[in-house]
Design a protein around this ligand. Structure first.
Ligand code: ZN
Length: 450
């Protein structure tokens, strides 16, 4: 299939030279970008006229809990801090089932796609007793949406009775976890270039997983050649917990158990010392920055500017909708910029710095930068477009790409993933969203009242 996106007003390539192409085209063959330019385009089977569009590489979301879209804005915990919020919600979460996982994944993935995401990870750590194959259910949903997906098989092994936070009902035995990880990797993990589906391993956090099982995952990641992911240094409470339980602050604890390595990426990283940052850099660890979640839970402001200056791999993320209440990725990019300015002044980061984090930065965190994150020959055709004549951009077009960050961009109007058009005229192609919303609301109501 030969496809041409033509007459594009502005192409923000995010290639090595950060090239910008005006009045250009992108030529795609079988899901791969073959040519980007302004000369005469090659002949094609289909073409798409984009003369009013600003076009960017698709965004990469580096941390999420898709199931939490069923638990947004839960009135009892809209003003709680992390540990109180978790303790309340564990009791509701334990009742989820495969249908809830499937529908909530569809909801959350489509919401992100409509704000430009073409690749997402997910950390699904909730596997209540008697329930199985939750990761399979969310993969089924991802396949339906067409998104490039990198789920992380999450888990919890440290329950309340052993000094952790979660109740027994959502904590698993390590043998069962290992068996499921092995099954999932053999069934789904595709390590090849242009892969649409990879699996990572994700013990949930220092306060919900035992030291032994954290350590075991390092060997597993080497054995299978897969990435490692966890929450780290999110709050002051977590720091105190780690000092009390392990005698060390979070990053030092990770160092002790072998988790500071180039396969690991951490969500949050708010409470870091200079020496923590140097250790993360030295060991080439990645970061998923979740600014709205950090603000919503009052967790703090992560030292993103400092880490970006040190060339640590940083991606942006929406985090679970229960601590963000929205899965709007464009808002997250904008908030990354604004929040660093609160801390470091108006020139802390530029709009293009945060667009880089949203595209190439995320691709590097997920170790997919050899085939996604930029618009250039040889990369997968993961491409988004926004119409420039929308109200939110009116009067703001001196630089259309930075308008996406600085102005009110709303939704994307176009999205192509792996060469297939998934969003056209700001609508998901071939999908009845109203039906999904209806189902999602009825499941949410049932779970909240359970
Ligand atoms: Zn999270």
């Amino acid at each position: 299939m030969k496809m041409l996106l033509k007459n594009i007003n502005h192409i923000e390539t995010m290639n090595e030279e950060r090239e910008i192409i005006k009045k250009g085209y992108i030529y795609v063959e079988d899901g791969i970008i073959k040519n980007v330019g302004t000369d005469n385009p090659p002949p094609c089977d289909n073409s798409y006229d984009m003369q009013d569009y600003v076009v960017l590489p698709g965004f990469v979301n580096t941390h999420h809990h898709l199931y939490q879209s069923l638990f947004r804005n839960v009135k009892e915990v809209t003003s709680s801090k992390l540990f109180d919020w978790l303790v309340y919600l564990y009791e509701k979460w334990k009742n989820i089932d495969n249908e809830a996982v499937y529908i909530s994944a569809l909801t959350a993935l489509y919401e992100m796609m409509l704000t430009g995401v073409t690749t997402s990870t997910d950390m699904l750590y909730l596997h209540p007793k008697g329930r199985e194959n939750f990761i399979d259910s969310e993969i089924d949903a991802a396949l339906r949406t067409g998104i490039r997906f990198h789920p992380a098989r999450g888990f919890m092994t440290l329950s309340k009775k052993d000094g952790g936070l979660p109740p027994d009902s959502v904590v698993q035995k390590m043998d069962d976890i290992l068996e499921d990880i092995d099954r999932l990797i053999n069934k789904y993990h595709d390590p090849k270039k242009y892969s649409m589906l990879r699996i990572a391993i994700a013990p949930c956090s220092p306060f919900s997983v035992t030291k032994e099982s954290m350590e075991e995952t390092v060997d597993l990641s080497n054995k299978y050649g897969v990435l490692l992911h966890t929450h780290l240094a999110e709050t002051r409470d977590e720091e105190e917990f780690c000092i009390q339980k392990f005698g060390k602050r979070p990053v030092d604890y990770m160092e002790e158990i072998g988790w500071l390595n180039d396969k690991a990426w951490f969500a949050h990283l708010v409470w870091l010392s200079e020496s923590d940052i140097d250790k993360l850099k030295k060991n080439d660890c990645g970061m998923a920055h979740c600014p709205l979640s950090n603000m919503r839970l009052g967790s703090g402001i992560a030292p993103v500017k400092n880490m970006y200056d040190k060339k640590i791999r940083i991606g942006i993320a929406v985090d679970g909708s229960a601590s963000n209440d929205s899965g709007n990725f464009i808002q997250e990019i904008r908030t990354t910029l604004m929040l660093q300015r609160v801390k470091n002044g108006a020139d802390a980061l530029t709009p293009r710095d945060v667009l880089y984090m949203a595209t190439m930065g995320g691709a590097k965190v997920l170790r997919m930068d050899d085939y996604i994150g930029s618009i250039e020959p040889g990369k997968s055709a993961d491409i988004i477009g926004l119409k420039m004549d929308k109200l939110g951009f009116a009067g703001g077009l001196s630089d259309p790409a930075t308008a996406v960050v600085m102005c009110d961009a709303g939704r994307v109007d176009f999205s192509m993933i792996n060469g297939k058009i998934r969003i056209k005229d700001s609508k998901i192609v071939n999908e009845n969203i109203d039906k999904i919303i209806e189902k999602q609301n009825s499941i949410s109501e049932r779970l909240l009242n359970s």
